[in-house]
Design a protein. Structure first.
Lengths: 337, 272
């Protein structure tokens, strides 16, 4: 087998538009040949490994209108090019949506958070190494999942909703945004499309080559967080192999509206267990009206992992997820038991 | 236009992956063009059936014929519609995502495939032991009928033989569906070894990459073939001069005059 050249990017035409309309114009002209680059952290992996060879790269770093956090309809609007550091340090985010601030603050390392963006973090591609290595798997347009074979190394892969592909969504902010009932603002063919964060992410059963609903030509411009969940009780935890810098093995984001010790409403989302952030709607329904106590936490944990189908090397995710759900229900008392 | 997609395996080998979706569009457009061309032709050249006077004479000569002649038994009709339903489900679940309508299609696709497989197995047993097995097949003996039918299609009142139970077009279509159907079912069952189902233990190593590639290509070719075949079938089923056949697939019978107009009583003896 001939040696593959790595670490040197293939040639492409670089566009650095200064406005959203300019960016959309370039995307419209080049369609599927164009690659949208936000912070570049996902992009440069693909390009330097020479797995992806776009003809055109559209660097959004000079589009000022995509940056910043502002008040919007009782909530917040976060520009897609706002860095994760800005999100995690922003006072409004910390006061109202500490869940998101915490999730953004746990992404990778400080250097990466300085460069990585909100839009990039939710739009990043799967980290399955068979896929990232350029093997012709389902996600790459082939007809096999190399991670779901009897001899595969699949410790980080899915335990839910696998459909041919067993890759998982690697984002830390995605589950937080779904828990906060955020909306994603997409510019598609010149018109604004606003979709719930939950519907922004897609599983392999619907589209096996994408993790989000973004199509060629689409531009994610902002994330809107409604005021509904501002200041509620939040819980975020990320479990990873290396505490200093790693993707989540499993993470959990929860937003709970509690009256006294009783849960009136809850949203719980786990990532790292399926190709899309996995919302625990059965658990949410179960805990509604129940006390926020050990018994509820225990039962919620059991309920959360029903239907899990572990692969050869990732059965540990089942008890891990169960434990995270229990902690999320316990909330502030998570570590007391 | 591409015919097949290739990929580089982890071992550096070029392997077939699947057919190019260009072929789906080719089959769709080809089917529609055929429909338009045939429909246009038929506007000016109606198919010739047996003359009314001759039918009158035959009717008088065969006074024992019932008014309604059974053409398809209840069981045969149930099979036909179950197969039609599963075929349409298979085609729509496979090609709607290709045209941009995204949904969780794999589950419905293999379920429809299992339904089709079951119905075909049933049909083979039913046709072998309970129907006139050879009445649907075509062979060299049908060449005179093919020539006569061709002349009639061109508007010439040809004296050649009339069909038995099934017109030549029906039998040729059955043969095409048989070939495409068995190819789709065989390849589909092998492809299910890579999908999680409650039916098979998933085994992605059942065959090598190259063998899977050919299997996917075969499945794709039969699939796009069915796009054209289904367009043609629905078109002919709805054509005014063929609609009596479609009605017989719903109600099971044809009229005595339709029997005499379109069939050769010596090749298909009507039952009472």
């Amino acid at each position: 087998m001939p040696a593959q050249i790595r670490d040197v990017m293939p040639a492409f035409e670089l566009f650095q538009p200064a406005s959203v309309s300019d960016a959309l114009g370039v995307l419209d002209r080049h369609g599927a040949d164009a690659w949208v680059m936000a912070g570049g952290l996902d992009t440069f992996d693909w390009l330097k490994d020479r797995i992806r060879r776009p003809k055109v790269v559209v660097d959004l770093s000079r589009v000022a209108e995509l940056r910043g956090i502002k008040e919007a309809n009782g909530g917040l609007e976060i520009g897609a090019m706002t860095t994760l550091t800005e999100v995690s340090h922003n006072q409004m985010v910390k006061e109202r949506y500490a869940l998101l601030a915490e999730a953004a603050g746990l992404v990778a390392s400080p250097q990466i958070r300085n460069q990585g963006t909100m839009g990039g973090n939710v739009s990043q591609d799967a980290r399955c190494w068979y896929y990232r290595a350029g093997w012709p798997c389902y996600r790459a347009g082939g007809n096999i999942c190399y991670a779901d074979t009897p001899t595969a190394v699949n410790r980080e892969h899915a335990i839910f909703d696998a459909d041919r592909c067993v890759a998982v969504n690697p984002s830390d902010t995605a589950p937080a945004l779904i828990a906060l009932d955020a909306q994603m603002v997409i510019n598609r063919a010149g018109s604004e499309l606003v979709v719930p964060a939950q519907d922004f992410f897609v599983g392999p059963e619907v589209d096996i080559t994408r993790l989000t609903m973004l199509q060629p030509g689409d531009l994610l411009t902002a994330v809107r967080i409604p005021g509904t969940w501002a200041g509620k009780s939040f819980y975020f935890e990320k479990v990873r192999d290396r505490q200093v810098w790693d993707f989540a093995l499993v993470n959990i984001a929860s937003a709970i509206n509690a009256a006294g010790n009783s849960i009136s409403e809850a949203r719980l989302v786990v990532n790292g267990v399926a190709a899309r952030p996995y919302r625990l709607e059965a658990v949410e329904a179960f805990v509604r009206g129940k006390g926020r106590d050990e018994q509820t936490a225990e039962q919620a944990g059991e309920l959360a992992v029903q239907g899990a189908v572990p692969l050869r090397h990732n059965a540990y995710k089942v008890p891990l997820m169960k434990a995270l759900v229990k902690r999320a229900i316990r909330g502030a008392a998570a570590w007391n038991s | 236009m591409e015919f097949v997609n290739w990929a580089l395996s982890p071992w550096g080998e070029n392997i077939l992956v699947r057919i190019s979706w260009d072929l789906f569009w080719a089959s769709l457009v080809g089917g529609i063009l055929f429909l338009v061309a045939h429909g246009g032709y038929m506007l000016f050249s109606p198919h010739h059936k047996r003359e009314a006077g001759e039918v009158d004479r035959m009717e008088a000569a065969m006074p024992g014929l019932p008014a309604a002649i059974p053409r398809h038994s209840f069981v045969a009709r149930i099979f036909h519609w179950v197969m039609a339903f599963s075929m349409l489900a298979l085609v729509f679940t496979s090609f709607l995502p290709v045209v941009g309508i995204k949904f969780a299609w794999v589950y419905w696709h293999w379920m429809a495939g299992i339904l089709l497989t079951g119905s075909i197995i049933f049909h083979i047993i039913h046709a072998t032991f309970f129907l006139d097995f050879w009445s649907i097949w075509v062979g060299p003996k049908d060449i005179p009928e093919a020539k006569a039918e061709m002349m009639r299609e061109f508007g010439i009142d040809a004296p050649g033989p009339k069909p038995g139970k099934y017109p030549l077009g029906n039998r040729l279509y059955h043969l095409a569906v048989l070939v495409a159907g068995l190819g789709a079912i065989g390849s589909g069952l092998l492809m299910m070894s890579r999908v999680r189902t409650p039916i098979f233990e998933r085994n992605p190593y059942l065959m090598g990459d190259a063998a899977y590639g050919f299997t996917y290509v075969l499945h794709g070719l039969t699939g796009v073939g069915f796009v054209g075949l289904i367009i043609a079938h629905i078109y002919f089923a709805l054509r005014p001069e063929k609609f009596w056949i479609t009605k017989s697939m719903i109600f099971g019978t044809i009229s005595r005059r339709q029997y005499l107009e379109h069939h050769d009583p010596e090749r298909w003896a009507a039952s009472k």
